[in-house]
Design a protein around this ligand. Structure first.
Ligand SMILES: [Zn+2]
Length: 357
């Protein structure tokens, strides 16, 4: 068993960088650990035009420390305002190259109130995306069903996999789809059976690999959407990533909130994990004796799906215990607590891998 591993610099297929002081605090952390990332558009207001994406990209680049190279890959939010013209413009990249469109079901998570009730309603936009090869990123949960009944939050992903995804795949056979933050056994099995590297892929977070439903009770730092499911669900998702399939990649879903919102009741949805994500993924792969599959998952499969270069830089991780003891503080003095913090996490947590400086 190896105590050190060198891999190409990771790629984050799903991150929230927010705006303003929060963005300035968290962007350097993601940029230090990842070569590039797919940046989520659910800011307030949402990113739904190429012009807004260009301005947002500029803000992210402006927050990078001197000499750090990091490529934010921009996305648009699938609101009812988005048109096929926006898709064409984003694919052409004259104003800002758009790498994907993100769909949030109405009411699902932070700033998701602008989405369609069902992705299947977005016909013209989906057709255009299929035509130009623009990937669709799915928050794959059903929250309100066709009869206007609220779906149990633990059942939302299952309902999406059973009721919505097969129809979407059938109606748009050439649409590139990424199922984000996989959290259930049924979703993992669906991917195992139907996943294809250039067509149907999925991302997995560190927290859905590490924790189970019973761990989350009264732990606000772990409160997120999709909810963390049962131990059986987690174990199946772990099994999926350990298989080293070319269509499964790391998407941290790192989603910072100020402590005032995270320690409120109820706590805001979102896990801030960028300070420990690469280390925790490595820990999980080590636990499963699958370190030989780590580089594909962290650094190769994501960029391949989005058609961008795999990093030429490398990072080295060593097996060495450490703990997260400090929050990240913005330049406005607001604390953001990362998952794994010894006081506010699960309690005295130890991370077993470290990035070698
Ligand atoms: Zn997210």
């Amino acid at each position: 068993m190896s105590d050190t591993i060198t891999i190409k610099k990771p790629f984050d297929s799903h991150v929230h960088l927010r705006r303003g002081a929060m963005l300035r605090a968290v962007t350097p952390i993601t940029a230090e650990k990842f070569c590039s990332a797919i940046v989520m558009p659910n800011t307030d207001p949402p990113i739904e035009t190429c012009e807004q994406a260009a301005e947002y990209k500029k803000e992210i680049l402006g927050a990078l420390p001197r000499g750090v190279s990091f490529e934010p890959l921009m996305t648009l939010y699938l609101t009812k305002n988005l048109t096929p013209v926006d898709i064409e413009k984003g694919a052409a990249g004259d104003v800002c190259e758009i790498h994907a469109v993100k769909s949030y079901p109405y009411g699902a998570t932070t700033n998701s109130q602008w989405g369609y009730r069902s992705i299947l309603e977005a016909k013209d936009v989906l057709k255009k995306m299929e035509e130009v090869g623009m990937p669709l990123l799915l928050h794959g949960e059903v929250h309100v069903d066709e009869n206007e009944h609220e779906v149990d939050a633990y059942e939302g992903e299952k309902r999406f996999i059973e009721d919505v995804l097969p129809r979407l795949l059938e109606q748009y056979p050439n649409l590139k789809i990424s199922l984000e933050h996989l959290s259930t056994k049924i979703a993992a099995e669906f991917l195992e059976k139907n996943g294809k590297a250039d067509k149907l892929v999925a991302t997995v977070t560190p927290h859905h690999l590490l924790y189970a439903r019973e761990d989350v009770e009264s732990k606000p730092l772990l409160r997120c959407k999709p909810l963390i499911k049962s131990a059986a669900d987690r174990d199946k998702v772990r099994e999926l990533v350990a298989e080293g399939l070319p269509f499964i990649s790391a998407g941290t879903d790192s989603a910072p909130h100020p402590e005032s919102k995270k320690f409120a009741s109820p706590a805001a949805f979102g896990v801030f994990n960028s300070p420990v994500a690469v280390e925790l993924y490595t820990q999980v792969f080590d636990e499963m004796n699958a370190l030989d599959k780590l580089e594909g998952f962290l650094s190769v499969n994501g960029p391949r799906f989005f058609g961008v270069e795999v990093s030429t830089e490398t990072i080295t991780l060593v097996k060495k215990d450490w703990q997260v003891t400090e929050p990240v503080t913005t330049d406005e003095g607001i604390n953001i607590w990362p998952i794994g913090d010894v006081k506010h996490g699960l309690g005295n947590e130890t991370v077993h891998w470290q990035i070698k400086q």
